[in-house]
Design a protein around this ligand. Structure first.
Ligand SMILES: [Zn+2]
Length: 148
């Protein structure tokens, strides 16, 4: 993960730089709008951060969730996806990162974690052009101008 972060300025999936993290559009877009926050500094465990730092990380996470809700205002009742999943797992990558996953109204299994979905469904069918458009929308919703 640190190697990816070192090249973040040219990362095609980059959405924005927030105070503690880089935000990228997830490779998996079976749940459209799925974002991943990568902690800028290398740490494996949230518990290793100070309480203040943990708070700043969660400010970033919540900002991303708010952006997702505003980009998908109608995918659930009352605005925004019915649920947002906040996941800090680290089972595969030992560098703190958060998945912020909208669970839209058409979610096939809304009571289960997305990881039970088959690979193909996780991946989704979003084109490169749709990904770029979504990145710009999310970026604007986080209060940033056009990226490129
Ligand atoms: Zn790292």
């Amino acid at each position: 993960m640190c190697a990816r972060i070192a090249k973040m300025e040219t990362d095609g999936d980059r959405i924005a730089e927030l105070p503690t993290s880089w935000v990228v559009l997830g490779e998996n877009q079976g749940a459209p709008g799925w974002c991943v926050l990568l902690l800028k500094e290398h740490h494996e465990h949230l518990a290793a951060l100070s309480a203040a730092e943990q708070g700043r990380v969660f400010d970033d996470v919540a900002r991303v969730a708010a952006a997702i809700r505003s980009v998908f205002p109608a995918s659930g009742r009352g605005g925004g996806p019915p649920r947002i999943n906040y996941e800090c797992l680290g089972n595969l990558v030992p560098h703190i990162h958060w998945h912020v996953i909208p669970r839209h109204a058409d979610d096939p299994e809304p009571t289960k974690a997305v990881w039970v979905w088959p690979e193909e469904r996780l991946r989704g069918t979003m084109s490169g052009e749709e990904r770029r458009a979504l990145i710009e929308k999310l970026r604007a919703a986080m209060g940033f101008g056009a990226s490129r």
